[in-house]
Design a protein around this ligand. Sequence first.
Ligand code: HEC
Length: 216
Amino acid sequence: MRSNDCFSCHSIEDYTGVPSYKMIAERYDPDPQTITDLSTKVLEGGGGKWGSAQMVKHPLLKSRDVRNIIKWVLSLDADSVVSKLKPQNTTVYTDTLHPYIITIFDNNQRTFTGSMDEINLVGNEHIKPNNQVLIKGTISVTQCGKHFFYMRKSGPGKMNKEGSMVISDRPDDNEIMLELDPGKYPFEIEYTAKSDSDTLSLFWLPESKDYYEVMR
Ligand code: HEC
């Protein structure tokens, strides 16, 4: 969304003459038909639902990306876990109460170790271009079935689960379905930063949910 124009009209919280993403989330439920209708609206543009302003069309976006965007937008209402997502300044904690351990290397020298409560780094101050970022954690599964993982990465990043690669660092490889039994599964993400405003997030669609949430 940040690499498109979505934030030039909409804000997450505030009405800017066009609805905020939270207003949109409060108005609609994330059922499949609504996701389809709103995706079509973003692709084709249009107005009439919120006033006289028109949304521009976005014909160059991939429909699957738009669906993922819509799912994220619709998850922003008050009772959603993802509403805690902090898109601009993700905090990296330095105590050990939080579940994910992050280590940052510059030319193989460790420059930072900390912990964080969700895998959602957007323009983090500790990460500089060409740094290697290593995140370790555990996937905690309570319900067996198909679990989807989606890694949003602006540079090369891969994911290992229990030592085997499940997402490679190719740019188009960012999604995996894993059939998991209840249990705890150690995983690791290795990422090479490209710029000061890198994005690295891991989203999870557990069997019991119908929308992706940030891994936390
Ligand atoms: C030029 C300004 C502009 C840009 C850029 C823009 N929007 Fe919108 N958007 C609007 C307006 C205006 C509306 C209200 C349309 C209406 O009243 O039906 C809207 C409505 C929406 C809605 C709700 C649609 C509905 O029918 O209720 C969604 C979802 C949305 N935008 C997502 C996006 C996404 C995702 C992007 C980036 C790909 C984006 N917008 C870019 C102006 C914009």
